[in-house]
Design a protein around this ligand. Sequence first.
Ligand SMILES: Cc1cc2nc3c(=O)[nH]c(=O)nc-3n(C[C@H](O)[C@H](O)[C@H](O)COP(=O)(O)OP(=O)(O)OC[C@H]3O[C@@H](n4cnc5c(N)ncnc54)[C@H](O)[C@@H]3O)c2cc1C
Ligand code: FES
Length: 229
Amino acid sequence: MIRVSDSYVPLLRRPFGAHEIGKDRIAILYKVVGKATKILSSKKKGKMLDVLGPLGNGFNIEASIVRAPEGRGRPSSIVLVAGGHGVAPLYALAKQLLASSHQLSVFIGARTKAHVICEKEFKKLGAKVYIATDDGSKGRKGLITSLLKNRLRALEIHKAVIYGCGPKAMLKEVGRIAKAKKIPCQLSLEEYMACGTGTCLGCAVKTRSGYKLVCKDGPVFDSKEIVWQ
Ligand SMILES: Cc1cc2nc3c(=O)[nH]c(=O)nc-3n(C[C@H](O)[C@H](O)[C@H](O)COP(=O)(O)OP(=O)(O)OC[C@H]3O[C@@H](n4cnc5c(N)ncnc54)[C@H](O)[C@@H]3O)c2cc1C
Ligand code: FES
């Protein structure tokens, strides 16, 4: 949660995911959409920021290790599905997963070619990248979830794990596809956040075990847990 200004406007911190995680620093990747992100983008290099975090949970990487009967771990085929700025935290995840030599397929959905981010970076990591844009200016025309459904047929899905981050409608469909194919799936949810620490209850989402807070219990949930509304 980042406070971008010392003044009362904007009063609330804004949530961001970790895009790169270093020993003593993190990088965020963000899109300018309103007041706070505009102020953030005007900060000069070296300027100190008031940051609260890391908060909540992260993706469970253990879930991507398929356990052989004798107990030895074997990396599985990883599928990352990103919509819009959902790419940001999935890149950090990709770096960690590739360190344990997983096979990585990355699906990026965006409005237009200009909105596709991190394609080169994922490719540099050795990932296979699939792209879909709403207007067809890059990759397949249409929804990234349609492309995902097609490509999953070609992947060894019996040992696949899906991780997703992006808009709610996309995540809901990713969860539906994963359920239909019986693939384990973790989704990072986005909700408006005021406190980020579990106090205001503003980010509650319905799950099979009652309401949970995206800032504290999430943002990552097992897709089977989420009750979509
Ligand atoms: C857990 C989490 C992680 C996030 N990670 C990133 C990230 O890594 N990179 C990034 O660019 N953005 C990320 N976001 C979104 C980011 O927090 C918002 O874009 C930011 O708060 C907008 O602030 P603003 O004052 O610039 O815009 P505002 O004036 O607050 O809003 C501008 C527009 O964006 C919409 N908007 C703002 N926040 C949200 C939200 N949480 N969900 C849906 N729509 C919203 C508003 O409806 C409005 O239309 C994340 C959000 C969450 C909850
Ligand atoms: S943002 Fe306040 S409880 Fe989650």
